[in-house]
Ligand binder design. Structure first.
Ligand code: ASP
Ligand code: MG
Length: 422
């Protein structure tokens, strides 16, 4: 039994969906559950729909219609006749969101976000399942919301593992006896049947949840890169593929911001010793990276870059020491504003962090902090993390950079830097 996850880039157009179906068809005689993300950048576009609806800034239907056109163009290319039932199915999914948009927005933004944005995965999975059936794969569309049960923290829902495991184990193995299951990443539902989402880019995590509950041997995340590389090709010309990686190294790398796998994905797999393969959907014949229990450390230093960082330095107004009650108050404010700390450092009289510049909620955090502390801020910075660093790698990344803060332990070095010529 195995689980495959295909991300948005792997189903971005009709050609890509055909390619995914070809990969699935090679495994169709095994027990296989497929988790799929929304097509291309659909989630971003549906986020725009939600913003325009909630803020009443622009016409949300304009954005929704763009998503609709894109999906219908893909469907027309995949299914030769417009009599195919998938056309009606897709149209009906859009109607549900149109109903929401026709009413005045009354519910919370986060709730509305989940109800609207979840459309992306429903559409992609319906299209993929129907196309697989057309190509003689015995595929069955399954609604992940019947299986992944969560609390009602909309946009960042927490999984109720016990209920989820019960549901998945009760049904899915029987469906897998006869069918390739095609289901959605990213979405779940509350006990009152409201749709929730698991956090942006959360489809990897969904795949890990299914894999863990089904006790599969293997899970494969199919990507547009050959596997886990020692740096993002966006920043480095010469990257190296890491053929084998321990769970710990994988957790550390994703914790520091490597975007190849969603950070929540690895722990449930490690607990059950499920191997995670990261492979290329462009070169499916290659083996990619295997993440599993191994004593191997990374063969090469790995680099993670995060741009658009804000450095925030916090001091109590009365120059008292930063002590436990201050810190717990500060952490609480970060938590309330949903801001993740990428690097932190504390000294006797100050506490400083680096965070992503996410705009509005950062300014809200500053306001909250300033009520009790003296706060200074610097933006436009870059955070560089090197796992298994050495002097040569440090020199390589520090050309024309000034270090603002540096943290080192025996394996990892984190540096918050600024461009010198700016
Ligand atoms: N479609 C969702 C997103 O873009 C989930 C995912 O792609 O993993 O955030
Ligand atoms: Mg995505």
């Amino acid at each position: 039994m195995q689980v495959f996850k295909f991300g948005g880039a792997s189903v971005k157009d009709a050609e890509s969906i055909k390619n995914v179906a070809t990969i699935i068809s090679k495994y169709k005689d095994q027990e296989l559950l497929v988790v799929v993300s929304a097509i291309g950048k659909t989630t971003d576009k549906l986020e725009e729909v939600t913003k325009n609806y909630v803020n009443q800034s622009g016409d949300p239907f304009v954005y929704l219609n763009a998503v609709k056109d894109n999906h219908f163009n893909i469907v027309k290319e995949l299914f030769e006749t417009e009599d195919h039932p998938v056309f009606d199915e897709i149209a009906n999914c859009f109607v549900e969101v149109e109903w929401i948009l026709e009413e005045e927005p009354q519910d919370s933004v986060d709730y509305l976000f989940d109800q609207i944005v979840s459309l992306g995965e429903i559409l992609s999975s319906k299209i993929l399942a129907a196309y697989c059936q057309l190509t003689h794969i015995n595929a069955k569309w399954v609604d992940a919301r019947d299986y992944i049960l969560t609390d009602n923290t909309f946009t960042e829902a927490n999984v109720d593992w016990e209920k989820t495991e019960d549901k998945i184990r009760r049904d899915i193995p029987f469906i897998l006896d006869e069918h390739v299951v095609i289901t959605q990443g990213f979405i779940g539902s509350t006990s009152e049947n409201f749709t929730t989402t698991l956090g942006r880019e959360g489809s990897d995590y969904s795949a890990a949840i299914f894999a863990s509950c089904l006790n599969v041997e293997d899970i494969t995340i199919w990507k547009d890169v050959p596997g886990v590389l020692n740096a993002d090709p966006k920043w480095f010309d010469q990257t190296e593929l890491i053929p084998e990686l321990s769970y710990t190294d994988a957790i550390e790398l994703t914790y520091y911001g490597a975007t190849v796998i969603h950070p929540k994905t690895i722990k449930p797999l490690q607990n059950k010793k499920i191997t995670l393969n990261v492979r290329s959907f462009i070169h499916p014949e290659e083996t990619g990276t295997k993440i599993r229990t191994t004593n191997q450390t990374l063969p090469v230093p790995s680099f993670i870059f995060k741009v658009n960082q804000v450095f925030v330095n916090i001091q109590p107004r009365d120059f008292s020491f930063i002590v436990e009650d201050n810190l717990s108050h500060i952490f609480n404010l970060f938590h309330q504003n949903r801001i993740k700390i990428n690097m932190m450092h504390n000294s006797a009289i100050s506490f400083s962090v680096s965070i992503d510049d996410t705009g509005e909620n950062v300014w809200k955090l500053m306001e909250d902090l300033e009520k009790r502390y003296k706060v200074s801020v610097a933006s436009g910075l870059e955070l560089i993390t090197i796992r298994y660093y050495n002097q040569q790698t440090l020199d390589r990344v520090l050309v024309n950079k000034e270090i603002i803060r540096e943290l080192k332990d025996s394996y990892t070095c984190q540096m918050l830097v600024k461009n010198i010529d700016e």
